[in-house]
Write a protein that binds this ligand. Structure first.
Ligand SMILES: Cc1ncc(COP(=O)(O)O)c(C=O)c1O
Length: 331
């Protein structure tokens, strides 16, 4: 066995409102539920081919790239796994800002690499760390999970010029697609973009993510993907959502309106960071107390150092959080 001690992802399913994993809370529209009921599953005995080909076509159209530039995986988690396996040789350094997505150090270690984080989310911090530690790749989320901080395309292209590979994890970019770096793929062959259907598309359960790169890089990464890594059943569901003309806009509009309300509530007790995602990040002096108060009434959020991250919940969750925070403030 290898000498590793990695945290095993804690799969929990607490009762109440699970606003701790950035799962979409947008209710699936009735018309889509009806369409889902028309899907046929007569091909369950087959390894999936056609639904996947259709998925890649649909997503390429959505992302504005060629189909040969895309790989699909079991969530973007699998794509992080593939990219680290494919690019790292033992002891190569992967650099991320801090805080950032918790799986980056884990996948780096699995790929025999060494993960380093800067002290903060500043561009300058990242730039000076690059010069100091000379990473093989920089891996960051944009917008940042957990804070919502957005890296500009200019900052990212400057970083791409400084490192062998830059991986931009755009898990939450669908909420503000105009900020995507995908259009820079032509100029930066060392740029790799990761996407997912788990967030704005609200499909965490079907486990579909994507890697987008130059045609050459995509072809290279395909060598590291297991055969038939995506379920055809998941792909059929994804295709239905991707082909719907208005679903994504409805989901984004719902999140915009819920975000305003959640921001208003939490600005009474802390500093709400700007967000164009399905979560808000609030810095608080007494973060643990607030987190406990919310957990005790079944509102589960993610606790960070002096902060909590709250996935945007529905009206019912919001009303519950409102009364709990009122009671907390006047206790
Ligand atoms: C920044 C970021 N990247 C990747 C993922 C993984 O998403 P999935 O594997 O569901 O596509 C998440 C999930 O929370 C995330 O926040």
């Amino acid at each position: 066995m290898r000498q590793v001690s990695l945290p095993i992802y804690p799969v929990t399913y607490p009762t109440g409102y699970r606003l701790n994993q950035n799962e979409s809370q947008f209710p699936i529209p009735e018309r889509i539920k009806r369409e889902l009921n028309t899907l046929s599953f007569q091909d369950l005995h087959e390894y999936p081919v056609r639904p996947i080909a259709e998925l890649l076509e649909n997503y390429a159209t959505y992302a504005g790239v060629g189909v040969e530039q895309i790989l699909a995986g079991c969530g973007s988690d699998e794509m992080i796994h593939v990219v680290t396996q494919a690019l790292l040789t033992p002891e190569d350094i992967v650099l991320s800002p801090a805080p950032d997505f918790s799986m980056y150090p884990i996948f780096t270690t699995i790929a025999h690499g060494h993960h380093i984080q800067t002290d903060d989310l500043s561009y300058d911090g990242l730039q000076s760390s690059i010069l100091k530690v000379k990473p093989k790749l920089v891996l960051l989320s944009n917008p940042n999970n957990p804070t919502g901080r957005r890296w500009t395309v200019e900052e990212l292209t400057q970083l791409a010029a400084l490192v062998p590979y830059l991986i931009v994890d755009e898990a939450y970019i669908d909420f503000s697609l105009e900020n995507s770096i995908v259009s820079e793929l032509n100029r930066f062959p060392n740029l790799i973009v990761l996407r997912t259907l788990s967030k704005a598309f609200g499909l965490a359960n079907i486990r579909i993510g994507f890697l987008i790169a130059s045609v050459e890089m995509a072809q290279y990464f395909k060598q590291f993907v297991p055969p038939f890594n995506i379920s055809g059943t998941s792909a059929k569901i994804a295709n239905l959502f991707l082909k719907d003309q208005t679903y994504l806009k409805e989901a984004i509009d719902w999140h915009s309106s819920m975000r305003i309300q959640w921001e208003e509530l939490f600005s009474t007790i802390g500093t709400v960071h700007p967000s164009e995602t399905n979560f808000i990040f609030v810095t608080l002096q007494n973060a643990e107390d607030v987190w406990n108060t919310l957990s005790s009434i079944g509102i589960h959020t993610a606790l960070h150092q002096n902060a909590i991250r709250i996935t945007l919940g529905n009206e019912e969750a919001l009303a519950k959080a409102q009364s709990a925070l009122l009671a907390y403030a006047t206790r």
